[in-house]
Design a binder for this molecule. Structure first.
Ligand SMILES: [Zn+2]
Ligand SMILES: [Zn+2]
Length: 465
């Protein structure tokens, strides 16, 4: 379904001009239903029950039979009471009248009240939400099943009208990494071809796909789904919200929303420790600005520095650079006047890469890279690494490609800086590659391969990328 709705984006029917923007028509049917849903009616017990837990009120009737509870509730939609189970003393049952029958739910309390996933402050809230949900899901079952078939999503630049968001949404695409075959003539021509191609790419464009970061959310006041335009019913946890871009949708709609999250800078609080794709989408760059800025600075004044990337900068200063990036983003001052020692900048770059929640070489591709390095034949080793590289998320791939080209240039000055590709492999292996589960033994065993992968990527960056 998401596939077919995506395809219409390339058509001319959708205009990217904000002037033509038509506000969405929110569908009110489910909202009306929620207003019509029966309200809770608490049926209280005439006498004080000694067995009443302190977190229940007079709606607690003690150990009465199912049949008697039925009699007490009959005739009033939304009527409810709590009884202690006769079969399992000590456990409690919520008896609720809905659809002219009594429904019985095992009721739990652990500081909050619940019968299913949602947790409530009070039994009254729980019953209110249950009645809304029961009412809407019975009355509008067919409507709900169909509500995602004609999403308004692509006609809508979220709820806001920001032009760049609209353009982004409409010109969705992805830069595919080049496929390279390992034939001799390709190998000779590819570096030159690639350098020209790089120049032609506008640096400030990025079309990476990013999945939304949906979390269950409780909306205050009525809210409508930004995917299907329908009301999000219920009292709490009515839907999900993307914590990176703020998109609000039904839980069932969240599975159909395309991977086109455009993170909002106001929601992305940090630069370090932020997911790589999220950061570049938020800043609309091809690579993380930390990588570009540090490499630019190092190429400007540090390429001959002995032990570049091996010698550590003073860690308090490295930490200062991290704070500057987190606070000022691309306005951070990392010039020679701020930090004369280039090892501080090199350290800040390594720290950025090491602190990524998902390393540049992602957890799920980690073992593929390690296995590639174990192949005995040099040609097939390169081919396997190349295959794995193509599976990296595009923003990770671009970052790695840029970094390897830079490290290659570092090795070309090895007579001054004493950094060979092997030395850089030792430094960058564990920075770029971390096993999915932190295990000292695995890490130790894989060190040789980590080093080799990075070393090979530097030496063969012209053909691998
Ligand atoms: Zn999002
Ligand atoms: Zn929806």
């Amino acid at each position: 379904m998401a596939e077919s709705s995506n395809s219409s984006l390339s058509g001319s029917s959708v205009s990217s001009d904000p002037e033509d923007y038509q506000p969405p028509i929110w569908k009110s049917y489910l909202y009306q239903l929620q207003q019509e849903a029966p309200r809770p009616k608490r049926i209280t017990c005439p006498q004080e029950m000694e067995s009443r837990p302190k977190y229940y009120g007079r709606e607690f009737h003690g150990m009465i039979s199912r049949e008697y509870a039925d009699e007490l509730l009959v005739g009033a939609e939304g009527a409810y009471l709590i009884r202690e189970s006769q079969r399992q003393p000590g456990t409690h049952t919520l008896a609720l009248r809905f659809g002219h029958q009594t429904l019985n739910y095992r009721l739990f309390y652990d500081g909050k009240h619940f019968v299913g996933e949602k947790r409530f402050e009070s039994v009254h809230d729980l019953v209110t939400d249950a009645l809304i949900t029961l009412y809407i899901e019975t009355k509008a079952a067919e409507y709900i099943a169909k509500m995602t078939t004609n999403p308004i999503y692509e006609h809508l630049g979220y709820t806001s009208l920001l032009k760049d968001k609209m353009v982004h949404r409409l010109s969705r695409g992805r830069t595919e990494p080049r496929r390279v075959t390992f034939q001799r003539e390709e190998r000779i021509s590819s570096p030159l071809v690639q350098r020209t191609a790089l120049k032609d790419t506008p640096e400030k464009q990025c079309f990476y796909e990013k999945i939304h970061n949906f979390k269950v959310h409780t909306f205050r006041g009525p809210h409508w789904c930004e995917y299907c335009a329908n009301f999000m019913w219920g009292l709490i946890a009515q839907g999900v919200r993307c914590s990176d871009c703020g998109l609000n949708v039904h839980k069932q709609c969240s599975k159909l929303v395309p991977s086109d999250c455009q993170p909002d800078l106001r929601r992305i609080k940090k630069v370090y420790s932020c997911d790589l794709t999220t950061l570049v989408k938020a800043h609309n760059t091809t690579r993380p600005m930390v990588v570009d800025m540090c490499i630019r600075e190092i190429e400007l004044r540090g390429m001959n520095s002995e032990g570049l990337y091996r010698v550590s900068g003073f860690s308090e200063h490295v930490e200062e650079v991290r704070l500057a990036f987190d606070r000022d983003g691309d306005k951070a001052d990392i010039s020679a006047s701020a930090y004369a020692d280039i090892n501080i900048i090199a350290g800040a770059l390594k720290l950025y890469l090491r602190d990524l929640p998902i390393p540049v070489i992602t957890f799920d591709l980690y073992s593929k890279f390690i296995q590639s390095a174990k192949l005995p034949n040099a040609e097939s080793r390169l081919e396997a690494i190349h295959e794995s590289l193509l599976q990296l998320p595009p923003a990770h791939y671009e970052t790695l490609r840029y970094l390897m080209a830079h490290l290659k240039r570092v090795t070309q000055l090895a007579k001054d800086n004493l950094m060979s590709s092997e030395n850089l492999g030792i430094v960058y292996g564990p920075t770029l590659m971390q096993p999915p589960e932190q295990n000292a033994l695995i890490t130790l065993n894989d060190m040789r391969q980590q080093k080799l992968v990075v070393q090979l990527m530097i030496e063969h960056e012209d053909v691998l990328f």
